[in-house]
Write a protein that binds this ligand. Structure first.
Ligand SMILES: C[S@@+](CC[C@H](N)C(=O)[O-])C[C@H]1O[C@@H](n2cnc3c(N)ncnc32)[C@H](O)[C@@H]1O
Length: 443
């Protein structure tokens, strides 16, 4: 959510019952009782500014707010309230009241008092996400972003759907590139360039040991964003039910969370258990509409000891469960009979009209005999049969390519209609992408 969107949240009711837009630029007049919500940090902390409205306050907080509303909100009264703090912090004060009291102090610009309340609240109830989040807000205001980050993360661990803690973390990362880089890349300049200021999610990136070919953060984001753009072009919307076969370490779902308002269903499947586990722990754990399945399917390159054969594997989903499916750089590592079975399974689990976007290395007469023949010979130098070539004699599934007519025939035989063919530049030529892409829909 962008800052401007956040500012458009409903105005909150102040303690005197009038409506006040808490995220506006103007300061409350000195004779007004300031609004007292804490919960979100702004891009730049302002000790007098009350950052954003909470949807609701606990009863205890309302009680405190009402009490304060009855006090003449002059400096003297504020001072009196500050003097009262030691009494108010008496042992036994319920956490909700401490949180509400802290919000009152914060609204009055008494950050040190607010901090003490939130500290007490989060010490006595470390799992209270409001208390921890609010302490983070105060620490951020006090120019301690590292501590604030830890607190927002802790609040999210206590309550993964805590909207304000999540937004605060995003604002913090947008304001402090050094911290943002930890999530979005090692290099701050790159992180700044690729992270939109209204990025909708912060997710740790997969660790180096999971990455294919030592992929850099930059490439991770760029390929994810490009694949997302392709799917959006072919109809992916916020409500789509998408099956991502061969989801790897989450390039696409992370790009989706960052790049669009996705509220449909995403299911990633892969044959690599560690990759699936990482995606579950780091993506699905925080986004329940995204899930990851491990399929223990054999593949000579990726999972040679797999239990099931790809040519007879049954996708664990009911008929017509999905609107769309994608296989980025997956059929480029599979034998023809395995692809044939996957096409049949895709047809079964997709809705009529459902679309598949898949990449391939396609062999065409032009590529085999024309000006691109040298490039094909270099990249796909070995022939498996009349329809199939591969790159590496020691690892046929490193990169395997198929005659284009043969592959489109397999696709049509499975019950799909081809709707788009985009040739990449792996064999030369001027394609935008490296691999080729076929797009087809279920009749
Ligand atoms: C080059 S990676 C691409 C990953 C992902 N699609 C992406 O673009 O980020 C190829 C992926 O295909 C997976 N894979 C290979 N054979 C598979 C099969 N038979 N079924 C499902 N996934 C497979 C591998 O485990 C690996 O994660």
């Amino acid at each position: 959510m962008s800052n401007s969107q956040r500012a458009a949240k409903p105005a909150c009711e102040d303690a005197a019952g009038s409506s006040a837009q808490t995220t506006g630029g103007s300061q409350p007049a000195s004779t007004e009782v300031p609004t007292v919500q804490v919960g979100a940090v702004g891009p730049k902390p302002d000790p007098r500014r009350v950052p954003a409205a909470r949807d609701s306050q606990p009863d205890g907080a309302n009680a405190v707010t009402e009490q304060v509303a009855m006090v003449e909100p002059s400096r003297q009264a504020t001072h009196g309230l500050v003097e009262l703090l030691p009494d108010l912090l008496a042992p036994g004060m319920p956490t909700e009241l401490l949180v509400g009291l802290g919000e009152v102090y914060y609204g009055l610009g008494e950050q040190r008092c607010a901090q003490r309340c939130f500290e007490r609240a989060s010490t006595q109830s470390p799992n209270n996400a409001d208390a921890v989040n609010n302490l983070g807000v105060v620490r951020f205001s006090a120019d301690d972003p590292d501590m604030a980050e830890q607190l927002f993360l802790q609040a999210l661990r206590c309550q993964p759907d805590h909207e304000q803690a999540r937004n605060n973390l995003l604002d913090l990362h947008a304001a402090v590139p050094r911290l943002m880089a930890r999530y979005w890349g090692q290099d701050v300049a790159t992180a700044k360039r690729i992270v939109p200021s209204d990025a909708s999610v912060s997710i740790a990136l997969p660790p180096p040991e999971l990455r294919f070919m030592n992929e850099t953060d930059d490439s991770f984001h760029e390929i994810g964003a490009r694949n997302l753009e392709t799917l959006r072009y072919h109809g992916l919307s916020g409500a789509t039910r998408l099956l991502d076969v061969g989801s790897g370490y989450g390039r696409l779902p992370i790009a989706m969370l960052r790049g669009m308002d996705f509220h449909g269903r995403y299911v990633g499947m892969d044959i690599l258990p560690r990759h699936v586990r990482w995606c579950r722990d780091n993506i699905a754990a925080r986004h329940e509409h995204l899930e990851f399945h491990h399929m223990d399917v054999r593949n000579g390159r990726y999972n040679p000891a797999g239990r099931f054969h790809a040519d007879s594997y049954h996708f664990p989903f009911a008929e017509r469960s999905f609107d769309m499916s994608c296989l980025f750089s997956v059929f480029t590592h599979m034998y023809e009979h395995d692809i044939e079975n996957y096409l049949n399974e895709l047809h079964r689990v997709l809705m009529p009209g459902g679309t598949v976007v898949a990449t391939f290395f396609l062999l065409t007469p032009q590529r085999l005999g024309g000006t691109e023949a040298d490039a094909v010979a270099r990249t796909m130098g070995y022939e498996l049969n009349e329809n199939t070539r591969y790159r590496d004699p020691n690892d046929k599934l490193h990169a395997i390519g198929y005659d284009m007519n043969f592959m489109t025939h397999l696709i049509e035989t499975a019950g799909f209609a081809l709707s788009d063919v985009v040739l990449g530049h792996w064999a030369g030529g001027s394609g935008d992408t490296y691999q080729d892409r076929l797009v087809f829909s279920k009749h």
